[in-house]
Design a protein around this ligand. Sequence first.
Ligand SMILES: [Zn+2]
Length: 94
Amino acid sequence: MITITFVVGGRRIPGEALEREPFADAVDRVMLRALRNRLERQTASIRCAQHDEPLRVVAIGPTPEELTLSVEACCGQMKTIADEALDPRRRLGR
Ligand SMILES: [Zn+2]
């Protein structure tokens, strides 16, 4: 379970709004959608046994090509698991 929010060029776009948001151009939208799908895939199998809270991920950057991830979790253990699954140190995009 994951909640993804994009902040691209200062504009906040909830992950689930990508389909309807008249945001930027089609290429950007495709890129963000691909990233969202990848994050959902990478986190599909992880969940906190204690809290059962969704993972919150914010992908922030000036453009869809230069997003970095910030991961929020319900507890330290979950954060460690999430960081391993997502590797937020790696820069996203191309
Ligand atoms: Zn937890």
